[in-house]
Design a protein around this ligand. Structure first.
Ligand code: WT7
Length: 655
């Protein structure tokens, strides 16, 4: 690449005429929370730096030790400290005189809205905590939350945190069987849900799925139901309770007790290489410290001034860390929106930005690409001048989408923070710091102050500029996962066995450093697909397909997709005697995956093939299937048992 530096300080790629990097404006720098000294402070004394960040929180009992890593890879952060996470996210703001500040501007899909101040939130969380206690729940019990984006979902999470209950939020788009396996794995005693959910103007049932899931689920004692859509529901007396009766009649006074810094806060299931989702465990003090710290600096958040909007769903970690815990710990005023970006039409997000004067907007690349497809005339029809900072998460953002986002949504000046992290890391790990970093389209750039990341090769050699290898985290961090629920062996095996000698966390992503030393995340190196920023394992979809009586074998790959990043492509072999009924069969197989997992895991394409390409040792050659799915010429097939298999597959694909 040929580069020249222009008058405004940007470096330009002379071939494409696009700037290589975008330094922050002087105005932005002057008001930014972060300065470059932050990196220096963390470098000088990493643990002292984290202790300072932990002091953003209110501790009932101060901690005695910052980090205890003697039981690695299970860390203890802020040892001896006691805190209440909900007190930090709610009560503290009321106690400090900010009770009248809006915590949540809630926007319902059908157009209804609610304004919830920190005082309102305190009353509601206290009510829910009293009601949960009356149901017999005690610290350490697990609660499943299966809800659309209604305020009660956030209230339920905070009520759990307040009581030391461990929540397991299950995305409301997941099927009842996915919910069931998560309830069973965590042995949840309570499920909180809604009667139905609004989807593009229509009420769809939700409690029905819960009924199906908890029917005979041994651990469940109660189902607590928020009335949202008023659709008909089945009712099991004694087990089912209405939120408006139970929580509605509870006292709004509740005193929060302190819990140990390492008390488990939540379990969140995520896909791994094998079929069964992993219950990632997060604890309290370290998690809240890092979510609050990153929310403050990465989003340059100013309490009382900014209107922050993270478009994620609480069913994912982004919703946990950057809708609930980070922003509320920092006393933010935020927008929470219930619905899809195109209901009633494609203007919805920009109407919301205008209505509330959103200043910080955090979303996923897949949505940016969808906006691009809809056309810039849509955002251009709105006054988006309140926006001063943009964020991206979930997958690599392609430079074209990055530039469009900055130009069209950010008026050509808003810094974009491309934030790399995972369910397992709990909070942002690699990202530019706005006001400090000259941002670069497509690159997550730099580990945050206090975070240590490296790119290494197979032999554990650390690579420098120009290097291409695996992303590892070579020092523990406060919001790191503490294990996999019920399976510590799998925890060690999945993340810590690859570089066991070195004691590094293996993230599962490929990455490279460019010549300036900026980090580019290249995507998963394991059998995990990334569809619209959602993590789905190939084997999970394969087992859903083979659970269909007509399917003998299935192979699933992620193929490049212009909008969703990757699309799911499946190849199936039918059982002897099963007739290939064409479209009818394919539709049945797609429905099977929706039912077993979720509509988000539905393959884009399913091809019935006579055989699957396998190596001599019997491994399915996914690389070759990906080549077929992406329409590439087949590379080296010499290790195949029978290279002729491919002719058959290619033919089947053309049908
Ligand atoms: C995987 C984690 C973190 C919350 C949402 C996803 C990919 C995430 C980026 C980014 C490139 C990214 C990685 C990672 N990923 N952010 N900024 N650039 N890739 O959480 O479901 O746990 O998925 O998402 O592949 O490993 P998750």
């Amino acid at each position: 690449m040929t580069e020249t530096v222009t008058d405004d300080g940007t470096t330009r790629d002379t071939e494409s005429e696009h700037p290589v990097s975008y330094p922050p404006s002087g105005d932005f720098v002057a008001q930014a929370n972060a300065g470059s000294e932050l990196y220096q402070a963390a470098k000088n004394d990493r643990l002292a730096f984290w202790a300072e960040q932990a002091n953003r929180l209110h501790w009932h009992t101060p901690f005695e030790q910052v980090l205890d890593w003697s039981d690695a890879p299970v860390a203890k952060w802020f040892v001896g400290g006691e805190l209440n996470v909900a007190y930090n996210c709610v009560d503290r703001h009321v106690v400090e005189g900010r009770g009248d500040q809006v915590a949540i501007h809630w926007e319902g899909e059908p157009g209804d809205s609610r304004e919830i101040t920190y005082s309102d939130l305190l009353a509601e969380v206290s009510r829910a905590a009293n009601a949960f206690t009356d149901l017999g729940l005690v610290s350490g019990d697990r609660v499943a939350i299966y809800m659309p984006m209604v305020p009660e979902a956030i209230v339920s999470m905070l009520a759990c945190a307040r009581l030391g209950l461990t929540h397991s939020v299950v995305f409301a788009g997941f099927s009842s069987s996915a919910l069931r396996s998560r309830i069973d794995d965590a042995e949840a005693k309570l499920v909180v849900t809604t009667d139905g959910q609004w989807r593009r103007g229509k009420a769809a049932p939700l409690k029905d799925s819960v009924d199906e899931a908890v029917d005979s689920a041994a651990s469940i004692e109660h189902v607590l139901v928020v009335k949202r859509t008023d659709i008909d529901v089945q009712w099991t007396e004694g087990r089912d309770l209405w939120w408006h009766d139970t929580v509605g009649s509870a006292s709004p006074e509740h005193e929060a007790q302190a819990f140990d810094s390492e008390h488990p806060l939540f379990i969140l299931y995520t896909s791994g290489t094998t079929g069964k989702p992993k219950g990632i465990i997060h604890t309290s003090g370290g998690y809240l410290t890092q979510t609050a710290y990153t929310h403050h600096y990465v989003f340059d958040h100013k309490r009382g001034k900014d209107v922050y909007w993270c478009t994620a769903d609480i069913g994912w970690v982004t919703g946990h860390s950057y809708i609930v815990y980070g922003p509320l710990a920092n006393g933010a005023t935020q927008v929470v929106y219930e619905g899809t970006p195109n209901s009633p039409d494609e203007h919805r997000h920009w109407n919301i930005v205008e209505k509330y004067g959103v200043t910080i907007y955090y979303t996923a690349p897949t949505l940016v690409r969808t906006f691009m497809k809809w056309g810039r005339q849509i955002p251009d029809a709105h006054d988006l001048s309140s926006i001063r900072l943009l964020g991206s998460v979930g997958e690599p953002i392609n430079p074209e989408a990055w530039r469009w986002f900055r130009d069209v949504v950010g008026a050509g000046s808003a810094p974009i923070v491309d934030t790399w992290w995972q369910t397992e890391t709990g909070a942002i790990m690699v990202s530019p710091l706005p006001g400090v970093t000259a941002t670069k389209p497509g690159s997550a750039q730099t580990p945050l102050p206090g975070i240590s990341a490296a790119i290494v090769d197979d032999d554990a050699k650390m690579l420098g500029p120009g290097g291409n290898g695996y992303l590892v985290l070579d020092e523990p961090w406060p919001s790191m996962l503490r294990g996999i629920w019920g399976d510590m062996e799998r925890y060690k095996d999945t993340y810590w066995s690859r570089y066991a000698t070195e004691g590094w966390y293996f993230a599962g992503d490929g990455a490279r450093f460019d010549d300036d030393g900026d980090l580019w995340v290249l995507g998963r190196v394991d059998d995990v697909m990334n569809v619209s920023g959602h993590r789905i394992s190939t084997s999970e979809v394969e087992s859903a397909l083979v659970s269909h009586p007509g399917v003998a074998e299935a192979a699933v790959v992620g193929a490049a997709d212009e909008t969703t990043g990757q699309g799911i492509v499946a190849f199936v072999i039918l059982r002897e005697g099963i007739e290939n009924t064409g479209d009818a069969l394919i539709a049945e197989l797609k429905a099977q995956v929706s039912k077993e997992i979720s509509p988000i895991a539905k393959p884009r394409q399913i091809t019935v093939v006579p055989e699957l390409p396998k190596t001599r040792s019997g491994k399915i050659m996914r690389r070759l299937l990906r080549d077929v799915a992406e329409g590439r010429d087949l590379g080296d097939t010499s290790t195949l048992v029978d290279p002729a298999v491919f002719d058959a597959i290619a033919k089947a694909g053309q049908k």
